[in-house]
Design a protein around this ligand. Structure first.
Ligand code: SF4
Length: 225
């Protein structure tokens, strides 16, 4: 049997999509139509009560980020910032202790966020990426591999961030600006589930989607590597 094509939802150009509407259609690479067994396996995972509660709360939160949802000719009216969304979601889940794993380049933003959490009755527990103060040589890096070549530099230590927050028994974690890859290790090693408040983009003010918006003109280099 020929292998199924890889799922390519990002390339889907259906007017009415199988994943959105009961009468919708999908192309040959559509995972809704051609990978039903994967979705079946996923649905079994939602049977775990903790997972189901979490997923339900996330969907309730999603809906409540819009106003006038019962209007007859509904247009989307988003009303909540992601900071507000995180606070509301945490309360909805009954979470109290919120781990904040942040990048040292965003100390001030992490400080502000921790204050906001506190003002909203939550208990922030925060840990910087440089925790442990381990020199980069530990990873086998040399002077030439550092940001400031020749300087003393400590490594980002996302596994230690996760360990510190695991020990602090956080209910939920929020990530602020960890680097690509450091974030991945944090996700893997943190016990509590994690959401992201800030996605690091050193050039675009932590707004990486701006490169995609601008791809036709100022960021066309991305399509012409
Ligand atoms: S699931 Fe199918 S219909 Fe939905 S976006 Fe993907 S390819 Fe298109």
């Amino acid at each position: 049997m020929a292998p199924k094509p890889d799922p390519q939802c990002a390339l889907c150009r259906m007017d009415s999509r199988a994943c959105i509407s009961k009468e919708g259609k999908g192309p040959s690479f559509c995972p809704t139509l051609h990978r039903a067994e994967d979705a079946e396996r996923a649905l079994k995972k939602y049977q775990d009560p903790e997972t189901k509660d979490f997923a339900k709360a996330a969907s309730l939160q999603e809906a409540e980020c819009y106003a006038e949802r019962d209007a007859q000719h509904h247009v989307l009216k988003p009303t909540k910032t992601r900071v507000e969304e995180i606070i509301e979601f945490s309360k909805r889940m009954g979470y109290k202790r919120i781990g904040v794993a942040f990048c040292g380049g965003l100390f001030s933003e992490a400080h502000t966020f921790a204050r906001i959490l506190e003002k909203n009755g939550l208990e922030p527990v925060s840990v910087c990426c440089k925790v442990g103060g381990v020199p980069k040589e530990f990873l086998g890096l040399e002077d030439k591999d550092k940001i400031r070549i020749g300087a003393y530099e400590t490594m980002c230590n996302p596994i230690a961030q996760a360990e510190v927050l695991n020990e602090a028994q956080t209910d939920f974690n929020v990530l602020i600006g960890l680097c690509v890859g450091h974030d991945s290790l944090f996700f893997k090693h943190a016990k509590a589930l994690t959401t992201v408040l800030v996605t690091k983009d050193r050039v675009l003010g932590h707004n990486p989607v701006a490169a995609l918006y601008g791809v036709k003109v100022y960021f066309q280099r991305l399509l012409k590597p």
